[in-house]
Each structure stands twice: as C-alpha cells, then as structure tokens.
Design a binder for this molecule. Structure first.
Ligand SMILES: CC(C)(COP(=O)(O)OP(=O)(O)OC[C@H]1O[C@@H](n2cnc3c(N)ncnc32)[C@H](O)[C@@H]1OP(=O)(O)O)[C@@H](O)C(=O)NCCC(=O)NCCS
Length: 323
C-alpha cells in the first residue's frame, strides 16, 4: 500500500524573543505565575515584516533543504493556520508563489491548534488517493496579531512561528513496521465554541477580532479529549503507549501535557516539550516541537511518533507515524 513518509522537516521563528519578565510592566503578572501555571518561559513575537506567509515560506524552505528537494518536486501545499495574511486568497497560495511554484495546488486548513494534525491527516489522504506525490504540510501562525495585549489571562500564553514537513508517497507493506503515517483520529464539537474563539470575522463584525478564552474551562476538557483520541489511534494501529518512541503533543500548557502523558502511561522521557521555548504557537506548535527533537537527535528514522493537538472549536486529533 501507499504510505505518506516524512522526507524532511524545518522550522522558522520570528527574530524577537519575549521573556515572561517582559510582560511585568504591561499587565499584572509575574514570571513565577506564568512558569508555574503553564511552563512557558519565552515566546517569539513577529515584527511587522514577519507574517504567517513569510514564516511559513522560511519553514517550507528549511523542510525542502532537509529533504534535498526543491519547490519543483512538490505538488501540493497544505497550510494549517488561523492567522492568514488575508481573509483570502489562502496564505498557502501566497507561500506557493513565494516559493516560485506555479504548478500543483495549495490550500489553507483552519482547525486552530489542531490544524497541523488535521493537515497531516488530510495530506496523507491526498497522497494515498493519488492526487499528490509530495506534499508540503506547514503550520504557521502569528497569534500576536489577534491577542488582546491588555488581557493577562491570554496574552502571556501564545507565540508566533512556523514548522513544516515534506510528506512523500512510498510503498509500504501495510503493517505497523512501515514508515509514514500509520493511523489518525480527528474530532470536533462546536458546542464548545464560546470557550475559545476570536470575537471578529469577515461575515460577522467585518473586523479581525481578538482571542477570547475561558482557560479553566479549556483545561477541564483538554486531558479527557486528548487521551480519548489517542486511545482511538492506538486501537486503530493495534499498539500501546509502550510501543511509542516519542510523544509530540500540542504545546499549550506543561500541566496538560504532563497529565495527558500520565493518564496514557507514556513515560516522561518520551515526551517532547517545547512550550517553555515557544509558548502556544497554535498550528505551528507540533511541527516546531518536531523540529527541535529532530535537530537534537532524539527523533530518528524508524522511530514511532505520536502527534496530538486540541484547540478552538473545539477540535482535537492524533496522528501516529513512523519517522
Ligand atoms: C490559562 C491557564 C494557564 C490559567 O491557569 P489556572 O490555574 O486555570 O488559573 P485560573 O484561570 O484558575 O486563574 C487563577 C487566577 O490567576 C489569575 N491570572 C490569570 N492570568 C494571569 C496571569 N497572566 N498572571 C497572573 N495571574 C493571572 C486569574 O485572574 C485568577 O485570579 P482570581 O482567582 O483572582 O480570579 C490555564 O487555565 C490553562 O492553561 N488553560 C488551558 C489553556 C489552553 O491550553 N488553551 C489553549 C488550548 S489550544
């Protein structure tokens, strides 16, 4: 059978790093509170000349370099983002143009923090369905643009950045030893909309709006939703937590990551944590975490890797792949 194998990956971060202490003069908060409640120590914040498209392009170029490929080798770009450069056209098409690509096709996916997991699962279907052979899957965000910088309960949590992988069609035996995407499980439920949303949009206010979140409510649902969807993925693949080499969760809050891993029985040393470095970068968080763990030599070819995310909607999902 056809498998979607990761051929390369990359990342890009804005130049400016904002430490927790930098918020202390802006809102009533402290480095100690932020670290204790979230695990976040710093985040990158985009300058005016850094956008979802420019960061996405840089991550895409890094992923192509690591794959030893050029844009000419790609036939589809799927960009996961909730902070597009424009309402339309899709920022994926802008990235396609920036890469000098005038063949193939490109589109955006909007599943907020679950966007990259949704995008990998989607790209896998395009590859297995024969519509694409090599896909650039990108998560790129500039959440700094939609934050209310006077709201301490949200502005300290998010950051900007981008990550990307190149998925390539390859022949597999159809079993768990194959490299590539092995199983996926996606969920959404709009009943939770008011707990995490942006209070603007083209069809309602005609403005971009700002992020609103009931953090405690999100927290309450997160661990149960994450563990349910991962257990469904384990069941589909016929594996247990012990078979995993790496767990790469969405990086929103260290306490959510720890509680999910504990409930699933995933050993602490198998969990990739980058929330301290990047904050919550929404659709970019999983590919950014992947880039750190690949660069430092933890994730290697042949490793069994579990990706997971949960976010606004709510949306949530998991992808199991062999690197
Ligand atoms: C946001 C979050 C860190 C808050 O932590 P918490 O332990 O739930 O804290 P609470 O919301 O109960 O707030 C506790 C107190 O801290 C205050 N507080 C909130 N933000 C603060 C900040 N940056 N600095 C200092 N105090 C803060 C609150 O106002 C509250 O004060 P009160 O008790 O006087 O009302 C936590 O709820 C969380 O991470 N939720 C999930 C968010 C998430 O992952 N979202 C993205 C999903 S993709």
């Amino acid at each position: 059978m056809i498998r979607s194998v990761v051929r390369g990956n990359g990342a890009a971060l804005p130049r400016r790093i904002m430490k927790n202490a930098d918020f202390e003069g802006m809102v009533e908060t402290s480095d100690e509170w932020i670290v204790q409640r979230t695990g976040i120590r710093q985040r990158h914040v985009a300058a005016d000349d850094e956008t979802t498209a420019s960061l996405g392009e840089a991550a895409a170029r890094a992923a192509l370099d690591s794959a030893g490929l050029t844009p000419a080798d790609i036939d589809l770009i799927v960009l996961a983002t909730s902070t597009p450069n424009n309402t339309f056209p899709a920022t994926a098409v802008e990235i396609q143009n920036r890469l000098g690509m005038h063949h193939g096709f490109a589109f955006d996916m909007q599943a907020v923090c679950s966007g990259f997991v949704y995008a990998v699962a989607t790209a896998d279907l395009y590859i297995r369905g024969g519509l694409a052979k090599r896909v650039l899957v990108i998560g790129s965000e500039t959440f700094s643009r939609i934050l209310d910088w006077s709201d301490r309960s949200t502005c300290v949590l998010f950051g900007d950045g981008a990550g990307a992988v190149v998925l390539e069609a390859a022949k597999g035996a159809g079993n768990i030893a194959d490299r590539g995407v092995l199983a996926a499980s996606l969920r959404s439920d709009g009943v939770h909309k008011e707990k995490l949303f942006v209070d603007g949009g083209p069809s309602t206010t005609g403005t971009v709006g700002h992020l609103k979140m009931e953090g405690r409510e999100v927290f309450k649902h997160a661990v149960g939703m994450i563990t349910d969807v991962i257990e469904a993925t384990f069941a589909e693949a016929g594996i247990t937590a012990e078979d995993l080499d790496w767990f790469v969760p969405h990086q929103a809050n260290k306490r959510i990551i720890d509680a999910s891993a504990k409930k699933l029985g995933i050993a602490e040393e198998k969990v990739v944590v980058t929330v301290d470095l990047h904050g919550n970068t929404s659709a970019a968080s999983v590919p950014l975490a992947l880039s750190v763990a690949v660069a430092d030599g933890r994730i290697k070819k042949g490793d069994l890797v579990l990706l997971e995310a949960m976010g606004g909607g709510f949306t949530w999902g998991a992808v199991l792949l062999r690197w």
